[in-house]
Design a protein around this ligand. Structure first.
Ligand code: SAM
Length: 286
């Protein structure tokens, strides 16, 4: 009797495909999402964890593929997201832990991973109202910073994060991880410098730019007057003159000690919670 040891390919169990081979073409495509080029071309990205996937579906994000570990099979919440995925035309894969590790590049991977469609909000659709706060980031480079800022903006009740110029990818695995799910809750907008300046002039906002040479103490600004855009500079270079000169105010967070500056995400957090101080209460209602 001869044995054929080649991978027989995905096996259909109901509408779930079982996959154990790393060479399976679908798995190869999902693994390739660790590269920006592949994410851009397919306009998709990976999010890890059952809670994140549930939240994303509740918020109306489109899931293309749900991947879960064999060990998660039969769990009611996993079954529910699997049903939802199939109902919306997505693919469901049951895989070995080895496959999940390869997809997420982790030794102890989450049991559930989703491939979602990317979503950006267009700048022309952003019409800030009084009481709204946006964060604008000039050429943010570090995925951990961007993810932390998206998470912090969500926690502070901001309305969106505007990415100006060439920035790190908000949909990279590292950024999405650092957002802890807030990538699904916070609108992300991309803009060039010229478009951003044009927009800020027409949008009736006050742009509070942060700058190490800022003359205004950030605590003295009236954040209630107009919708607020907090503009933050690049990690290495700070804010360029072309953006700084168009701002309503150049604000500085006073420092002591030897550090030259604050980490970008920390500075953004301080600004956000000051700008929204009058709107934040312990019961979460403004
Ligand atoms: N070498 C850069 C420079 O000269 O601006 C340092 C940039 S800092 C790491 C990144 C960004 O965080 C700054 O562009 C600014 O937006 C913000 N930032 C950091 N510390 C700040 C402070 N004390 N006051 C205001 N903004 C600050």
């Amino acid at each position: 009797m001869s044995h054929d040891n080649r991978d027989p390919g995905p096996r259909r169990v109901g509408q779930v495909k079982e996959v154990t081979s790393l060479t399976n073409p679908i798995i190869k495509d999902i693994k390739a999402l660790s590269q920006k080029k592949e994410r851009d071309e397919t306009r998709s990205f990976l999010a890890e964890g059952l809670k994140l996937v549930i939240d994303a579906l509740e918020l109306g994000w489109t899931i293309r593929t749900l991947v879960y570990a064999k060990a998660a099979k039969g769990k009611p919440q996993v079954e529910q997201v699997a049903l939802k995925t199939v109902a919306t035309g997505g693919l469901v894969l049951e895989v070995s832990e080895k496959v999940l590790s390869a997809i997420t590049r982790r030794d102890n991977p989450q049991m559930v991973v989703g491939v979602f469609e990317q979503r950006y909000t267009h700048l022309r659709d952003v019409t800030p109202a009084l009481g709204e706060t946006y964060v604008a980031l000039d050429r943010v480079r570090d995925p951990g910073n961007l993810g932390t800022i998206i998470r912090t903006a969500d926690a502070a009740g901001a309305s969106g994060v505007i990415l100006i110029g060439e920035t790190t990818d908000p949909f990279s695995l590292e950024t999405v991880r650092a957002t802890m799910g807030s990538v699904f809750a916070m609108p992300v907008i991309r803009a060039g410098v010229a478009d951003f300046i044009k927009w800020q002039k027409a949008a009736g906002v006050q742009v509070v730019a942060t700058h190490l040479a800022g003359a205004v103490d950030y605590r003295t600004i009236d954040y209630r007057r107009k919708p607020v855009v907090i503009l933050m500079g690049n990690e290495q270079a700070g804010l360029p003159d072309e953006l700084a000169k168009e701002a309503t105010a150049l604000a500085r967070i006073p420092q002591q000690g030897r550090a030259d500056s604050l980490n970008l995400a920390i500075a953004t957090g301080i600004m956000l919670f000051e700008a929204r101080r009058h709107l934040l209460t312990l019961d979460g209602k403004a």
